[in-house]
Design a protein around this ligand. Structure first.
Ligand SMILES: [Zn+2]
Ligand SMILES: [Zn+2]
Length: 431
């Protein structure tokens, strides 16, 4: 017997009820189990309660997920309640999720959390478990990758090929449903839990809006597909879209982590004749040399010297900044490394409230350099995620090679320790 108790909330006329979910497979498959509800000592079966009160819609499946209780803090695995999908939503059984620096930025406080507890994770893939009423286009069993940025398909940005800038992105900070900042899909003991990017991929099951989900070919392994939901697209697009790398160019990628390694792959795909990977960790430089980099350097000064030696003293055509915790100093160094009218693309985030900078204005203005921010690789995820997975299928985009370590959900904090120690290109949790 794997009984579990959770609290039902929002039931009109009933102060509190205890939901007991019983079944052979444990609470994580609660949707397939018999449900018994105890109210004021009376035992009603679940269907009877649905007949007596519409608030049974508040019934929630139990799952497990990694949350932050405080900031700064560490991710810990707790039991959570996850909503049944509403119209326009699907519930997904997660198969794999990447550990991204943004998850860590929330834990350290570099990026603000809207609501605590906060269920992390935004780079995930899984299998649709159930579909909300009146929600076309999805069926149980579909394989999906989440886009960490929602794409409504209707706003000015979506309509002009800039899905990464979709207006719904402005709602991410509420950690709630886009359309209702008081409505949360996750809870712990009835207390609302913030949902990272509307996803919270560190949960065994999660309910999301369909505007965050991209259906993919089920032949693609979900363990690798998940990476296209943030890190791969962010890095690859930074080179292909934001830097607009052209054949024969010289490109520096500054910082080889889960993002930078894909900027290396993107620059190589776009035809760069030289891709210089910069990282103080030797193992990361070696990994970059296996995935498209032609040269490697331990620091940006050395890389700048290399780029100048290849260009008759001019400098790199583009430098892409993918440092884990980016500072104004990094941006200034990158700007100096590019030639006249060259492009400096900034992808990495630092302390978001910081506006520190060491931007050499003479370089920017008098050398007419381009300083370009890049969010999710300036991509259109609906088109770009399937395209990247097709490149993977053809063996041209390497994904398996990006995964350094696989963790169980219960070991997720170890994964972040390994991230801090620089041990991983990408760590993933496999459920
Ligand atoms: Zn990410
Ligand atoms: Zn939109």
């Amino acid at each position: 017997m794997n009984g579990r108790e959770g609290h039902l909330h929002g039931m009109e006329g009933v102060a509190e009820a205890v939901l007991q979910v019983q079944g052979r497979g444990g609470p994580r498959q609660a949707a397939r189990h018999e449900v018994a509800v105890v109210i004021s000592g009376a035992l009603l079966d679940g269907s009877a309660l649905v007949l007596t009160t519409g608030s049974m819609r508040k019934e929630r499946m139990l799952t497990r997920g990694a949350v932050l209780r405080e900031v700064p803090g560490r991710y810990e695995v707790v039991e959570l309640e996850v909503d049944d999908p509403r119209p326009g939503e699907i519930r997904v059984r997660m198969v794999a999720t990447g550990l991204c620096h943004s998850d860590d930025h929330h834990a350290t406080g570099d990026m603000r959390v809207g609501v605590l507890p906060f269920a992390g994770g935004h780079e995930g893939a899984g299998v649709v478990e159930s579909v909300g009423p009146g929600t076309p286009g999805f069926a149980a069993g579909d394989h999906v990758v989440f886009s960490f940025l929602p794409t409504c398909g209707r706003c000015r940005w979506c309509a002009t090929g800039h899905q990464n800038l979709c207006d719904l992105g402005a709602s991410l900070g509420t950690n709630a449903r886009w359309e209702d900042p008081t409505s949360f899909r996750l809870a712990q003991g009835g207390v609302p839990v913030g949902q990272m990017c509307g996803l919270s991929t560190f949960c065994e099951y999660t309910t999301v809006s369909v505007v965050s989900a991209i259906k993919i070919d089920p032949a693609i392994p979900l363990e690798v597909a998940c990476l296209t939901g943030c890190g791969v697209g962010t890095g690859w697009g930074a080179a292909v879209n934001s830097a607009d790398v052209r054949p024969g160019q010289v490109v520096i990628v500054m910082g080889i982590g889960g993002i930078g390694i894909n900027a290396v792959q993107g620059a190589a795909h776009a035809g760069a004749s030289a891709v210089i990977a910069v990282d103080p960790v030797e193992g990361k430089r070696e990994a970059a040399l296996h995935l498209g980099a032609t040269h490697a350097a331990a620091d940006i000064k050395e890389a700048t010297g290399m780029a100048r030696s290849m260009t008759n003293g001019q400098g790199a055509d583009a430098t892409i900044v993918t440092v884990g915790v980016t500072t104004g100093r990094h941006v200034g160094q990158a700007l100096k490394s590019v030639r006249k009218a060259g492009t400096c693309v900034v992808v990495g985030l630092g302390e978001t409230t910081s506006s520190d900078g060491d931007i050499p204005l003479t370089e920017l203005v008098l050398y007419q350099k381009r300083l370009q921010g890049s969010l999710f690789g300036a991509s259109a995820p609906t088109a770009d995620i399937p395209a990247q997975l097709e490149l993977y299928r053809e063996g041209r985009l390497k994904l398996d090679e990006l995964i350094t370590t696989r963790y169980a959900l219960d070991d997720i904090a170890v994964g972040f320790d390994d991230m801090h120690a620089g041990r991983n290109l990408r760590g993933i949790v496999v459920f």
